[in-house]
Design a protein around this ligand. Structure first.
Ligand SMILES: CC(C)(COP(=O)(O)OP(=O)(O)OC[C@H]1O[C@@H](n2cnc3c(N)ncnc32)[C@H](O)[C@@H]1OP(=O)(O)O)[C@@H](O)C(=O)NCCC(=O)NCCS
Length: 206
């Protein structure tokens, strides 16, 4: 399938793309070098993730974010990446290509989170594959550890604003998760789900 650029998607095709300034190209070149030295999931990696995600979404910020994840997480490519992304346990995360993440996405992968190609995440989406253990009333929950089950999100899935994807969930290809949904169970391919807990409201294209 032909790759659509951010400029085409947002309808600004008519405007001539300005060639990046020499200073920007030099700055990105140094940034690539810097990222190549950062080990995935190291303290430095987490620190850099916070820094690069606090940069504005215009100018050099999105470019640096793409470089950071592409180099440290092995070849992943975003179509567009807003700021505020927090990935915990990146060593257990598999990202697809051509994804669009809106602001403040949070991904926690104690056991594993896999995202396919062309996945779109709205603002404030939370994907968390783990729960705190709380069975023992006499021990603070902070000391009881976690349970975790992998989450799989297939190609061409749109998860709209403020939705939460819980542990063990598998979202099938082409599915849509409506704004504000809490997804607790698997979602079939091309289904549209909504609500708390999320239930199927229709199929895409119907
Ligand atoms: C999922 C979505 C695209 C569906 O839109 P749609 O195809 O036009 O669906 P409809 O508005 O016809 O809704 C169908 C039914 O689902 C319900 N529904 C739709 N979205 C819902 C939601 N987020 N939560 C709960 N119910 C919802 C509607 O109330 C309607 O119910 P009814 O048949 O009882 O009246 C849209 O509702 C949505 O959530 N958009 C997200 C917008 C967003 O977050 N954008 C940020 C950019 S990523």
């Amino acid at each position: 399938m032909e790759k659509i650029t951010f400029r085409e998607r947002t309808g600004i095709i008519g405007k001539k793309r300005k060639k990046p300034k020499l200073s920007e190209r030099i700055s990105l070149w140094f940034y690539i070098r810097r990222c190549k030295k950062i080990k995935l999931a190291s303290e430095k990696w987490y620190k850099e993730q916070d820094i690069v995600n606090s940069l504005p979404s215009a100018g050099i910020g999105p470019k640096k974010r793409k470089i950071f994840y592409k180099i440290t997480m092995g070849g992943v490519d975003f179509q567009f990446l807003h700021g505020g992304l927090v990935i915990n346990y990146p060593e257990n995360v598999k990202l697809g290509n051509n994804m669009i993440f809106n602001r403040n996405v949070s991904i926690t992968a104690r056991s594993g989170v896999s995202l396919g190609n062309d996945v779109m995440l709205g603002p404030n989406v939370v994907i968390n594959d783990s729960n705190h253990v709380f069975i023992d009333r006499d021990t603070p929950i902070t000391r009881q550890g976690h349970t975790a089950e992998p989450i799989v999100i297939e190609d061409d899935v749109w998860i709209a604003s403020n939705s939460v994807i819980l542990k063990g969930v598998h979202i099938g290809k082409g599915a849509v998760v409506a704004a504000g949904s809490i997804v607790t169970k698997d979602v079939p391919p091309y289904a549209v789900v909504a609500g708390v807990p999320a239930r199927q409201i229709k199929n895409r294209g119907e």
